[in-house]
Design a protein around this ligand. Structure first.
Ligand SMILES: Nc1ncnc2c1ncn2[C@@H]1O[C@H](COP(=O)(O)OP(=O)(O)O)[C@@H](O)[C@H]1O
Ligand SMILES: CC(C)(COP(=O)(O)O)[C@@H](O)C(=O)NCCC(=O)O
Length: 310
């Protein structure tokens, strides 16, 4: 008789998790929460206090432990070694709210123990430019593992993790729907690097030995029901249609004057042909590789936290 695979996580109900919150008076202002909150997300100050403060505390425990291990290893080797940045991965579907989570953690962790230098990099900068995607006939697979220059991403994180003084990453624009030629972000030996993207928890592709997730000291997967994320994607499309798409520079400007029926049909189609299949085939299977899962309800609020059994 085969046994069901038991979960690698313990699930902690939001109310129990909130009791672990350290006392931090006014961690962020309303204006800061508004600035951090992505289009369509419902992040509230209450969620910052109840969910993200305990999470920041936990991540800082992992960071302290990594620093201690580093000190002890240096002592053991009897040779000085430089401390390396702590690397945090944030994964999840398109439209699940990963970028809000990543921006919020950057803000909270940066203020946690004095002034920590935290840098945030999104993996869209490592997408192949549209020109290459077109050449390879994979424009309809933007966001799938093969649409990224995975080697360049791995090299980037390896160089940051190994303490290089200055490491550069390319930049993607949702406005032009492409890599921005000549633009880059520069990472200079941060204390902590956050790497956010759909595919950051992928195992190494066949023939490679290492994946970017092998360099993570901690990882968070933002999770919700697939049906709910589909609705969030479509709702966000409507909001973007009324805002970002109105910009004549936007790649999506041609959709700015769509009727509601056309917008629903078009965004459902993108979801059903690209983002939905990518979630089911590639992203969801990586959830169990995370150290922690934030599970959202259909109204976007975080319902529970799943923590890897240690
Ligand atoms: N076409 C677009 N135009 C402008 N902003 C966009 C567009 N698509 C997505 N965004 C923004 O880009 C960010 C990342 O979106 P996404 O990759 O879907 O991840 P998530 O919703 O999990 O943060 C979000 O803040 C979203 O609002
Ligand atoms: C740019 C993205 C692939 C996300 O990139 P990430 O930063 O997660 O690597 C995604 O937001 C996207 O634009 N997907 C293409 C399909 C669509 O237009 O929704």
């Amino acid at each position: 008789m085969s046994h069901p695979i038991s979960s690698p996580f313990v699930e902690i109900d939001r109310a129990d998790w909130a009791r672990l919150a350290p006392h931090v008076p006014d961690p962020l202002t309303e204006a800061e929460v508004r600035r951090i909150r992505g289009t369509g997300d419902r992040l509230e100050l209450r969620e910052v206090a109840e969910v993200y403060l305990p999470l920041s505390k936990l991540i800082s425990l992992y960071r302290d432990s990594a620093a201690r291990l580093h000190r002890e290893t240096t002592e053991f080797l009897g040779a000085p070694t430089h401390p390396t940045p702590f690397v945090l991965g944030v994964a999840g579907s398109v439209a699940v709210g990963k970028s809000t989570t990543a921006r919020l953690l950057k803000e909270l962790l940066g203020r946690w123990q004095g002034e920590l230098r935290v840098d945030l990099v999104t993996t869209d900068g490592f997408l192949h430019p549209n020109r290459v995607l077109e050449q390879r006939g994979i424009m309809g697979r933007k966001g799938f593992p093969e649409s990224y220059d995975r080697r360049a991403l791995l090299q980037f994180v390896t160089r940051v993790k190994s303490g290089e003084a200055e490491v550069r990453a390319p930049v993607y624009s949702h406005l032009s729907y492409d890599i921005v030629p000549g633009e880059e972000i520069v990472v200079r030996r941060p204390d902590l690097l956050i790497v956010e993207g759909l595919n950051v928890l992928q195992p190494p592709p066949t023939g490679s030995h290492l994946a970017v997730s092998d360099l993570f000291d901690f990882s968070v997967y933002v999770d919700a029901r697939t049906r709910a994320i589909r609705e969030w994607y479509i709702e966000r499309f409507f909001t973007l249609k009324a805002t970002a798409f109105q910009d004549p520079q936007s790649y999506f400007h041609r959709f700015a004057d769509m009727t509601d029926a056309q917008a629903r049909a078009y965004s459902s189609d993108i979801w059903d042909s690209i983002n939905g299949p990518n979630l089911v085939e590639h992203i969801l299977p990586t959830r169990s590789r995370a150290d922690l899962v934030l599970r959202k309800d259909d109204d976007h609020t975080i319902r529970s936290v799943l923590l890897r059994k240690v």
